[in-house]
Write a protein that binds this ligand. Structure first.
Ligand code: UD2
Ligand code: MN
Length: 762
């Protein structure tokens, strides 16, 4: 009864207000807790991601997955989101009907009397006698289509119906010819069949098991052991090349032996693990963090689809390109992928341009990479192996490789790649044009699971996001249109991926090579990218140059020290040397803990800073404005006046103390900024708490009592909350004295709400 009395009349209203306030307060406390949790959860997640290695973070979560166009060779189409890329396989295995026509002309020339090689007046066609190319013809009757009847695949080339004239000259013409051509192929494939006379469409093509076609260097295919090919080129074409004229990019693809079209993974097709080998294949995954079992089954010199944009095979390069040393650094690389990498360079590079291949063994632990590798590589006079006595990490290993190189241009590659047809000349052409151009091939994807060769989208450039995370992003259509770009034009890149690029050797040393203080792995791509751009160079992706790379989910080698610590230390070195004040953005993205140099030793930076001065490199602001204007990189999070909602006055710092005054944008004493590292800064002084007082003192990023959490959303929106207090403490304006105090946070108190004139981020 008594209780009811209280709930009568105006008391009822009061009681209701009281209960509502209590509930409101409870909600607030819960929300506050949640917002703290948010912050710490966010940090925890970052930490976790770092512990897991940055890769997942970089590639998947941040939308940096390599933009793939998977090619399904069987179906003959590219499949991407609902078959948007309906390109036929003929586009992939592109060698042009014209080129093939010439191959046949050459064959005829040869068989009409040419012996070792034959040159005609306006081009240097070459034929040499080796193993049979025709052995590799396969005929595939096309199902469900009577008129098209069949396709022929010749050394990785699909002959399609739009290439009628070519087909007339070659193997297959129509359905009714199937029998005939099957006989032909059978005849050719018969073991020990050294001589065959084949009659196709009244064109007599004699084929010998010892015959190989070497196409004129401006066009296509060079087949035969690379050393022999090298001799040939040295003897015939170097003369031409030194004359300084132009020629079409050479599409070389040399093999030591005929390629078995049925071999696993041939033509870059996906390979499959047989049922009874699944356990083994799973067991061996860890050796390289990709399908090592399948890699070992795939020929080390397999053919891969020529994925270059159409215009590439027609584009011209200079005859007098500089030579290059190709440098592979590796530690505990899988045998078959290392070999495939080396073979792809030997087989698809014009021999006169390939000065040498340098293998830098970064102190591998695997036995097969010692004597067995020496023996294997001894068959190639161009391959040299350098053994590092101590594990140096890829950065210093690259420097060691560069020091040993004798070519004019250094070409760095990862040790699990496959260089595609015509990959080298387009790179060297750009360096020839300007020795400060640093050029990268398009990095295509060798699938880690089935080892298939996969295309990537066109018009991708290398970029980074905070905190210096590399990724790819497509050029906008607007940009492409404005610059009238075709898919074979070089693409300027703010940063490079890091693994595959060519650089003029002298220029590399002018730039001070890499910062040798960078350890093991990571961050060196940022370092060299900033250095190149800010010190007068350029970075380009060259779409006519394509190299496949196995992207792995994890590093298959050990880090001498902690992986996360190694990478973040490298990044901090880069940020300190190159980012000027923008380094704060880097640190603010989960790397606050690196700021205190007494805890994290990032090493001595004097030489790097001196180098930047010596080279008179431009500022990071210049880089942002000119190279990467689309990056969101405001120097501070917010600035201008700090308006207090409750007093409707602005914070002012004058005569050494903080107070309030009528807001006046023209009054410099009212100008503050809220930095990435959570400081409330006025010139070099910052708002700090001392017990419950608020003072100004010299800014210091590592002092927690200068850190203010200021959010544009959430519960304590517009508050300035002190970081690191057990009880949430906020800045509050004192109405009577125009002073400023530290008080317990109150979400609805407008005296604790502050607004900056400009906000630059969320
Ligand atoms: C990418 C780059 C890689 C490098 C790295 C960041 C591509 C395709 N790859 O990571 O070249 O820039 O980002 O640093 O752009 N290695 C050594 N010693 C070591 C560690 C690695 O020699 O201590 C070798 C390793 O065997 C490999 C190469 O360095 O050939 C690159 O290493 P990765 O393949 O693990 O790097 P990746 O592709 O994940
Ligand atoms: Mn790699």
């Amino acid at each position: 009864m008594k209780f009811r009395k209280y709930l009568r009349g105006s008391r009822r209203v009061l009681a209701f207000v009281f209960v509502a306030s209590v509930i409101w307060l409870l909600f607030d406390i819960a929300a506050l807790r949640m917002s703290f949790n948010d912050v710490s959860q966010d940090l925890k997640e970052r930490e976790f991601a770092q512990k897991q290695g940055r890769r997942k973070d970089d590639i998947e979560d941040m939308g940096f997955k390599h933009p793939l166009q998977p090619v399904n060779v069987d179906k003959g189409t590219f499949i991407k989101k609902g078959n948007r890329f309906d390109r036929k396989v003929k586009d992939v295995y592109r060698r042009g009907a014209k080129a093939r026509q010439e191959t046949n002309d050459l064959a005829r020339n040869h068989l009409n009397g040419g012996k070792a090689y034959k040159e005609d007046s306006n081009r240097s066609n070459v034929l040499i006698t080796m193993k049979s190319v025709v052995k590799e013809i396969i005929i595939i009757p096309e199902k469900n289509n009577e008129t098209k009847t069949m396709k022929a695949k010749m050394i990785g080339t699909h002959l399609d119906d739009d290439e009628e004239h070519h087909r007339n000259n070659t193997v297959v013409k129509s359905h009714k010819d199937v029998g005939k051509h099957e006989n032909l192929v059978n005849k050719l494939l018969k073991p020990g069949n050294d001589e065959s006379d084949i009659n196709i469409d009244s064109t007599e093509i004699h084929s010998s098991n010892k015959t190989h076609f070497i196409q004129k260097p401006t066009e296509l295919i060079l087949r035969g052991p690379s050393e022999e090919a090298a001799m040939l080129f040295n003897s015939t074409d170097v003369r031409m090349r030194r004359s300084g004229r132009l020629h079409k990019i050479m599409a070389l693809d040399v093999t030591d032996r005929p390629r078995d079209p049925k071999a696993i993974g041939q033509f870059g097709q996906p390979a499959k693990v047989p049922r009874d080998k699944e356990v083994e294949s799973r067991r061996r995954w860890g050796e390289g963090h990709f399908n090592v079992f399948l890699s070992d089954q795939i020929p080390v010199d397999r053919a891969i689809p020529d994925t270059r944009p159409h215009l590439c095979s027609e584009s011209l390069v200079h005859d007098d390109l500089p030579t290059t040393s190709v440098i592979f650094c590796f530690v505990d690389e899988v045998w078959s992928t290392l070999l495939r990498s080396v073979h792809s360079v030997l087989n698809r590079s014009p021999p006169h341009l390939l000065k040498e291949v340098i293998l830098v063994d970064d102190c591998s632990t695997k036995d097969y990479l010692k004597e067995q590798l020496d023996v294997y590589m001894s068959q190639f006079s161009k391959v040299r192996i350098i053994r590092l006595k101590e594990r140096q990490g890829l950065i210093r290993a690259r420097i060691a490789g560069a020091d040993a190189a004798t070519g004019e241009v250094l070409t760095f590659l990862d040790s699990h790649v496959e260089c595609n047809i015509g990959w080298l000349e387009p790179l060297l052409e750009r360096v020839r044009l300007d020795h400060r151009k640093v050029v990268c091939p398009v990095i295509e994807v060798i699938n880690d699971k089935d080892m298939s060769y996969m295309l990537v989208d066109n018009f991708q450039r290398g970029i980074f996001r905070w905190p210096l995370v590399f990724g790819w992003s497509a050029l906008t259509e607007e940009y492409i249109k404005k610059n009238q770009m075709t898919d074979s034009d070089p693409i300027r890149c703010p940063v490079m991926a890091g693994g595959l690029f060519s650089i003029d050797k002298k220029y590399f040393y002018e730039l001070g090579s890499y910062d040798p203080g960078l350890d093991v792995w990571g961050g060196e791509n940022m370092e060299i990218s900033f250095k190149i751009w800010m010190c007068g160079g350029e970075i380009e992706i060259i779409p006519c140059s394509r190299v496949g790379h196995i992207f792995r989910g994890d590093n298959p080698y050990k880090f001498p020290k902690d992986r996360v610590k190694t990478v973040e230390r490298n990044l901090a070195r880069v940020a300190e040397v190159w980012l000027d004040d923008y380094k704060e953005i880097f640190y603010s993205h989960g790397y606050h803990h690196l700021l205190d140099k007494s805890i994290t030793d990032i090493g001595n930076l004097t030489e790097q800073i001196q180098l930047r001065e010596k080279l008179k490199c431009k500022s990071f602001k210049w880089y942002l404005d000119n190279v990467y204007p689309d990056l969101n990189a405001p120097l501070v999070k917010a600035d201008g006046l700090i308006f207090n909602v409750g007093t409707r006055k602005c914070l002012i710092f004058q005569n050494g103390s903080l107070s309030f005054d009528k807001c006046d944008l023209s009054n410099k004493s009212q100008h503050f900024s809220y930095t990435w590292l959570m400081l409330l800064r006025h010139n070099t002084s910052c708002v700090a708490s001392r017990e419950m007082h608020v003072i100004m003192e010299p800014c210091d990023n590592i002092k927690p009592h200068q850190h203010w959490v200021h959010k544009s959303g959430g519960v304590l929106v517009e508050h300035l909350m002190m970081e690191g207090h057990s009880q949430p403490m906020c800045l509050e304006a004192e109405v009577n004295s125009d002073g400023i105090l530290l008080k317990g946070c109150d979400p609805i108190n407008t005296l604790q709400k502050w607004q900056f004139t400009h906000y630059y981020t969320q």
